[in-house]
Design a protein around this ligand. Structure first.
Ligand SMILES: [Zn+2]
Length: 282
């Protein structure tokens, strides 16, 4: 009775692929071949009952292992298909989010640009710093703050809570109004810069107010010297210590200095615009 079971178990085991192939697997196969040979030679052998039990234990574990492997493969395929579904839904979600934001901006006249918006600014140049209308600039980048109403809401405010003009870093669309509005001839030494506004940018007729601004090109005069640069390293240096302007050439008249500044920053703007404003000017 046991013989029948044992010989069946032995055959099964031999027919099955060794799953966890080790040196011992090879050794077992050799031993089995020897037992089979002895069975053929001598008939019934002793110890076959224990062998049958061990064999049965092995066979059941191998079957279970096969089942788990199949299950693992099934789960792997499910995860694969789930991953591609997630990728598709991500695209859909991105579209929906952008759509909601675009509609909100349209409906509430909210200006916001994914790419920098370029504009022009003036500073009064002192030996200590470049002074904006409200404050000296600590560096060539500045983040907007709102003095009138704390930090509530996204800056610059566009709901009128901080007055008609509102907070934010201002930049003009063209140079001319800056020169006339601020009466540059009375300021003394001035700097004219091209700034890139980022974050929330609110558009007005003549300019913009942005959440952050970074100067990308600058014409600056100090005691008849004129500096024209769009090099970040030099821009940083000028905002840190305006007296570096005095290392530059002298330009005789104020009118000539202003004209050169204007020509320079406008040329820099034309160079920068195809990659920035072209996308965001709508
Ligand atoms: Zn404000």
């Amino acid at each position: 009775m046991f013989d029948a079971i044992s010989s069946e178990a032995v055959r099964l085991e031999i027919e099955m692929e060794p799953i966890l192939g080790t040196e011992r697997t090879q050794r077992l196969a050799e031993l089995r071949a020897t037992v089979r040979r002895y069975e053929d030679r001598y008939g019934e052998l002793e110890g076959m009952i224990d062998l049958a039990k061990a064999n049965a234990a092995m066979v059941s574990r191998q079957r279970r292992y096969e089942q788990l492997a199949q299950e693992q493969e099934r789960i792997r395929r499910q995860m694969e298909s789930m991953t591609s579904e997630v990728r598709r839904i991500e695209c859909w979600l991105e579209f929906c989010l952008e759509d909601v934001i675009a509609r909100a901006r349209d409906n509430h006249a909210e200006g916001w640009s994914p790419t920098p918006v370029l504009g022009y600014r003036l500073w009064a140049v002192g030996r200590d710093a470049l002074h904006g209308v409200k404050m000296p600039w600590p560096g060539r980048s500045l983040a907007a703050t709102c003095l009138s109403n704390g930090d509530g809401g996204e800056l610059p405010h566009s709901d009128g809570r901080c007055g008609r003009l509102g907070c934010g870093i201002y930049a003009a669309k063209t140079v001319d109004p800056l020169y006339t509005e601020f009466d540059v001839s009375t300021i003394g030494d001035v700097a004219l810069g091209l700034v890139a506004l980022t974050g929330k940018v609110v558009e007005h007729d003549a300019g913009y107010r942005g959440a952050e601004a970074t100067v990308v090109a600058l014409g600056a005069s100090l005691e008849r010297h004129l500096l024209l640069t769009s090099e970040p390293r030099i821009l940083d240096a000028v905002f840190e210590d305006p007296t570096v302007i005095k290392c530059e050439r002298e330009v005789e008249t104020e009118g000539q200095r202003l004209l050169e500044m204007e020509t320079f920053v406008e040329r820099e703007a034309r160079r920068a615009r195809p990659w920035t404003l072209g996308i965001s000017s709508a």
